[in-house]
Design a protein around this ligand. Structure first.
Ligand SMILES: [Fe+2]
Ligand SMILES: [Fe+2]
Length: 472
């Protein structure tokens, strides 16, 4: 059973670390390396302290404690959701058997791989976002950035705990590598493409937390179903923290759209770049970029690896328990996106091999929710303009559509034409320069940059003009 976290330990945890001296020592020797990484690759803006929430209890009865904390003193810890001693495996060939408390030898290398890939994304986003503090539009936003950063650091701890506790020497080596690879590094880049892209401005940050953190939500959702119970419980708790990251993205884009719409109405023009806000077509281009690179994170349309992971019980589907089928899928088929005779089409495949497509579709349906809400802001402002998700074939570098070039409407066009027209669909240097020109820091209490609307609510019931961050 999990227990209340012990904050007197060097490493706060609810996994009984004190009873396992070897593991405790191993993690305590990784801890200074983590702190060195945070100091050299984490947020660059000097601060005294930040109004942060820290996990204090994993139970439903409230798990977060809010206080001003110097960031290097944040209590990164190891928190697993409560153990259900009767939990059974919910899918695959082991369906109905007791969940595993140890790693079965036959699945060891696959589980290690899944944990390393997930673990690699967590510190990557901290690296991508490290310079954003210098241009924050308000102290409220600055605080949210740092909250996301410390929690991604904690998610790294979550994965490193599993590596150390269950994968021996190999796991410890992988834990070192997680600090060694860096986002965008030419020699040792992060494993997945989207995590090597820059996050140079706050519109990118909101789009990243909306679209790319949301990919994280879906990946964690599949690992939460895992037969390997410690992984399942870790991911269940990470999902609670992840919800805040997506709130930052959703409401961040809300506020950019709201402010742009306001200025469009006030000046009765679409051409609002000169008015110090971000024009809607530029917002659309950022959306196109972040959505399409996030679609790539789900992998190819079909995958025998993923079929094997499912059958073995390592990785389930989104909302596995709500699916109305046999949870084995050995006799089922599904349609997946494909290129057929050079055209965008669908083909039927075994349901097991199409699981990446299944997950991507769940994600796409979720992303529509954001676009609908941003369009409601536009329609409430009396504007006829609408944002939309580009076609699944647009700007893809992984899967069936990597070989072709398509417009955001999904029309296939020659590569040369795509190159000529892509400036209309993806952010150009001019767009990026304009957005960056707006990124002047507003670090005064209660003030906000002119390109974004203030939030509807503060954090933890505090007002917008609360002193969320004390700068150094
Ligand atoms: Fe995360
Ligand atoms: Fe996140």
């Amino acid at each position: 059973m999990s227990q209340a976290p012990d904050y007197t330990d060097k490493i706060p945890n609810n996994v009984g670390l004190r009873e396992d001296r070897r593991l405790q020592r191993a993690l305590e020797s990784w801890q200074p390396n983590f702190l060195n990484w945070w100091a050299s690759m984490g947020p660059t803006l000097p601060t005294q302290d930040v109004y942060l929430r820290t996990a204090v209890n994993v139970g439903r009865e409230g798990w977060a404690h809010f206080a001003h904390v110097p960031m290097p003193d944040y209590r990164w810890g190891i928190f697993l959701a409560e153990q259900d001693p009767h939990r059974e495996i919910g899918f695959g060939q082991h369906k109905g058997e007791p969940a595993w408390q140890q790693v079965p030898g036959e699945y060891r290398s696959d589980l290690l791989r899944l944990i390393v890939i997930q673990g690699d994304t967590e510190p990557a986003s901290v690296e991508q976002q490290r310079d954003l503090g210098a241009t924050a539009p308000s102290l409220y936003d600055l605080r949210n950035l740092f909250q996301v950063n410390v929690e991604e650091g904690r998610h790294l701890w979550a994965m490193v705990y599993l590596l150390h506790a269950y994968f021996g020497r190999e796991g410890r080596e992988e834990a070192e590598e997680l600090l060694h690879r860096n986002s965008g590094s030419p020699d040792a880049p992060r494993i997945l493409g989207a995590f090597n892209e820059a996050t140079p401005d706050w519109l990118s940050f909101y789009m990243f937390t909306y679209f790319t953190d949301r990919d994280g939500k879906y990946q964690l959702g599949t690992l939460k179903e895992s037969a390997f119970d410690p992984l399942s419980r870790t991911c269940e708790f990470m999902l609670k923290e992840e919800a805040h990251h997506m709130m930052v993205g959703t409401t961040g884009v809300d506020r950019v759209v709201e402010r742009t719409a306001q200025v469009m109405v006030e000046n009765d023009t679409d051409d609002v770049a000169a008015c110090g806000v971000i024009p809607l077509p530029v917002i659309q281009k950022y959306l196109n970029f972040h959505y399409s690179v996030s679609l790539d994170l789900f992998g190819g349309e079909t995958s025998t690896n993923v079929a094997n992971y499912y059958t073995a019980g390592l990785k389930g589907r989104w909302s596995e328990e709500r699916r109305q089928d046999d949870h084995r899928l050995t006799n089922d088929a599904m349609m997946v996106d494909a290129l057929v005779d050079g055209e965008v089409a669908e083909v039927e495949v075994a349901a097991l091999t199409g699981l990446n497509t299944d997950l991507r579709r769940q994600y796409i349906a979720d992303c529509r929710g954001g676009v609908n809400r941003w369009n409601k802001i536009l329609s409430d402002a009396g504007l006829p303009h609408r944002l939309r998700l580009p076609h699944v074939a647009f700007n893809r570098h992984v899967g069936a559509f990597a070989a072709i070039t398509a417009t955001p409407e999904g029309e296939l066009i020659p590569a040369g034409e795509w190159q000529r027209r892509k400036g209309g669909w993806l952010p150009t240097d001019v767009d990026k320069t304009h957005v960056r020109s707006l990124m002047r820091p507003v670090h005064e209490r209660g003030k906000i940059a002119a390109w974004i609307a203030p939030p509807r609510n503060g954090i933890n019931g505090k007002p917008f003009d609360y002193d969320y961050v004390h700068l150094a």
